[in-house]
Design a protein around this ligand. Sequence first.
Ligand code: UT7
Length: 325
Amino acid sequence: MDIKIKGTGSAVPKLRVTNDDLSRLMDTSDEWIRTRTGIEARHLAVEETTTGLAVEAAGQALENAGLKPEELDIIIAASVTADKLLPNLSCEVQSALGASNAVAFDINAACSGFLFALNTARMYLAGGNYRNALVIGAETLSKIMDWTDRRTCVLFGDGAGAAVVTAEESSAEKGGIISMLQGSDGARGMVLNCNNRPVNNPFVKNDASLSYVFMNGQEVYKFAVKTVPEAIREVVEQSGFSMDEIDWFILHQANLRIIESVAKRLHQPMEKFPTNLQECGNISAASVPILLDSVNKRGMIKKGDKIVLAGFGAGLTWGATVLVW
Ligand code: UT7
């Protein structure tokens, strides 16, 4: 079986908030945010919801793949900011699309979520009982930010990306997803967390007020610049291609300095690393599929191009794949 991405889609909220806009709300500056991260603006939800953005991205991906919602067998959404605890985001998307034949469930692996969901879809499809999957990364992170904490809130944005993934009989040429890896290190989980669900019942006394994202930026930075190149090296080696044969590296968009460091460690030119963090900030599980859709829609990827997708983030978690377009 060849497991291929057949279509992509994405959506971001209408409201574009620049670094200067934020500097009017808190003690920060365009200069600080731009030089430390590369981020210039982000889109933040006002009327939009995680589900609404996911449905928009999913609809585009289906259209791009030439598939009807009823043809979907699986929907897997990755998110840490679904609108509801129940029902899950995937079922909400299923309902909105009318994808009545799909089984739908969510995955939480933070910024690696899309990679984890893609690998899960890949294994379902490889099993032979399912043919068409919809994989989504969707977030409205702005609702779990502490807007008084300039160290975190300036970094993140809202949006959704989606990919339709299908199983086809293997062709003579290598096609689709070639290799994939995932990793987790729960022992370092506290460096990026959101303790949002304390025990709360009539038999405990606690402060049940919501808490927001906390990040030890420097620890996450060190983790990323070490783990991401290692993961990419390993997944490329598994694919049988050489690093120089890879045409595109589509990485989680957390910080331009992290991407530059990964490029340097892999001895690859920055031209192979498209970015959109300048306009979107970090959108956790949605970063990779939004960027993939953008390079796809701009016609940058040609059939046969070899692409690395890689995500990393809270958990800690990381995931990477090599695919042939
Ligand atoms: O998606 C999950 C993955 N997340 C990541 O990959 C994030 C990885 N980490 C990073 O990208 C960087 O660590 C940050 C961009 C978060 C921070 O950059 P940094 O160079 O590590 O800065 P820092 O935290 O060491 O802070 C340096 C200074 C501090 O001031 P003092 O203590 O030196 O006086 C901060 O208080 O910058 C200050 N600062 C700010 N100043 C203006 C922190 N945030 C801001 C801000 N505006 N928004």
